[in-house]
Ligand binder design. Structure first.
Ligand code: ATP
Ligand code: MG
Length: 438
């Protein structure tokens, strides 16, 4: 059996990198006062179909949509912003208590051509500020994203590119300018973009087609068409980014792949991932909550691809290898279990060898990457001591139970943070019989 094309299993190092990205984001978003939400991975198709825009790549060709057994059309979520807005409305949270600041993490699904950095099941982390119209909110949610990149140690090769999509009057004027421009070059546009020219000309700016891209390079930008209000909003966002100390550069070509954006649009990009260089992207979406049946609720947020961020990590976070507790014979399993549970209770990962002679169990301990083995034989149990073997250098010593955790600390198992726990535990365990012998 093979996994479905464009999906992958996360095991070992791959999982640890992935997990580290999510845990770091979870931590940093907490610093910004975000609370985590979890919404279903499938929604009624309408949640996405209207809000993301029928001419967007996602809706026109990437959604996993199917009829369930009851005949309802449901869609595996291609992104989470629409679901979060749906949840805000369905849970009656649009009335008081705004703004709400939300973090999420989870799998998303898009029927795309699989390639490096592009999968059919991928994962996103995301941040949304719901119910805030101020440019300070735009800047703060971006600053939060930037701080996540910093905590991951990958801010060095990543640049924030920012643009504005203006307000409705700005976009109407811009749309007319784009139609005039692309109509002149109509026959050079891809088939998809000829359709976009009729239905949603701004979508052409987001085209991945090489011929379209060449035409886009010469297209007018929105900046000549911004209303004074839209221009002032954009200037205020950038002023606030300066106050947060987030570096950026203007890129008037950014439109984003989904239709719900207005005003601010941005992408964090890198050239270290080949063609799939956007790691985090978002913007302001003031109309989306209304599309979900709620009151006008201005919002701003971003989503980031976990696989792409994980790929950028310089190092794989280390696993914490367990201490191997080895009863020499079944007779010592009782004390070995008790000891294993004591270690776990004090925060030390511990594993008990299930079977085999001492040699087999030691081999297994080495395979798990354990740094230390704690061996209990008949004699040790009788004397109330254990043998601690440092598996990296092969040295071993006999210690009483109270000395055990210090011996593990010496073997590099128990880190500094746990040493306090160790001291407390040793006090609780009573006098060391080894000491008494001296
Ligand atoms: P692209 O232009 O690369 O298709 P997009 O505009 O479709 O991106 P968004 O919808 O803004 O992407 O999603 C935000 C982020 O999620 C992207 O910047 C990227 O890091 C990640 N992402 C999007 N689609 C995929 C995918 N199929 N596989 C892996 N990561 C993805
Ligand atoms: Mg895409």
């Amino acid at each position: 059996m093979q996994p479905v094309r464009g999906t992958k299993d996360l095991i070992g190092e791959a999982f640890r990198r992935h997990h580290h990205v999510i845990e770091t984001a979870r931590h940093v978003t907490t610093l910004y006062g975000l609370e985590e939400w979890s919404t279903p991975i499938f929604e009624a198709t309408g949640v996405f179909a209207r809000s993301l825009g029928e001419t967007s790549d996602v809706v026109s060709k990437e959604m996993y949509t199917f009829e369930d057994r009851g005949g309802d059309s449901v869609t595996l979520r291609p992104e989470n912003t629409a679901g979060i807005c749906r949840a805000l409305v369905s849970n009656g949270l649009t009335q008081g208590g705004l703004p709400r600041k939300v973090f999420y993490a989870g799998p998303m699904f898009r029927y795309e051509r699989p390639q490096k950095g592009r999968y059919r099941q991928f994962h996103q982390i995301g941040a949304e500020i719901l119910g805030a119209a101020e440019p300070l909110a735009d800047a703060e949610v971006i600053a939060c994203g930037w701080q996540i990149l910093q905590h991951l140690g990958i801010d060095d090769g990543v640049v924030l590119e920012i643009n504005t999509l203006g307000d409705a009057p700005s976009r109407d004027a811009y749309r007319a300018a784009l139609v005039a421009y692309f109509t002149q070059h109509r026959d050079k546009l891809s088939a998809d973009s000829q359709v976009r020219l009729e239905k949603n000309p701004m979508r052409i700016l987001d085209s991945k087609d090489a011929g379209d891209k060449a035409l886009v390079a010469g297209a007018p930008t929105i900046h000549e068409h911004l209303t004074p209000e839209a221009a002032a909003f954009y200037a205020a966002v950038k002023r606030h980014l300066d106050l947060f100390g987030v570096p950026y550069r203007d890129n008037p070509r950014i439109v984003r792949g989904l239709d719900y954006y207005s005003h601010t649009a941005f992408e964090f990009v890198t050239d270290r991932l080949g063609a799939q260089g956007t790691v985090m992207a978002g913007g302001r979406y003031d109309g989306l909550v209304q599309e979900m049946g709620g009151p006008p609720t201005p919002c701003v947020g971003w989503a980031a691809g976990v696989e792409r961020l994980a790929e950028l990590l310089a190092e794989t976070p280390e696993a914490s290898p367990p201490v191997a507790v080895i009863p020499v014979s079944p007779a010592e399993e009782g004390p070995a279990i008790a000891l294993t549970q004591t270690l776990r209770a004090s925060g030390v990962p511990a594993e008990i060898a299930y079977k085999g002679n001492l040699k087999k169990r030691m081999e297994r301990a080495n395979r798990t990457g354990a740094q230390a083995a704690v061996i209990l034989g008949e004699r040790e149990v009788a004397e109330g001591v254990v043998v601690v073997r440092n598996l990296s250098d092969g040295t071993q010593e006999r210690v009483g139970m109270p000395g055990l955790l210090s011996a593990l600390a010496a073997a590099g198992v128990v880190d500094a943070m746990l040493e306090q726990v160790v001291e407390g535990l040793e006090e609780g365990l009573g006098p060391d019989p080894e000491d008494a012998e001296d």
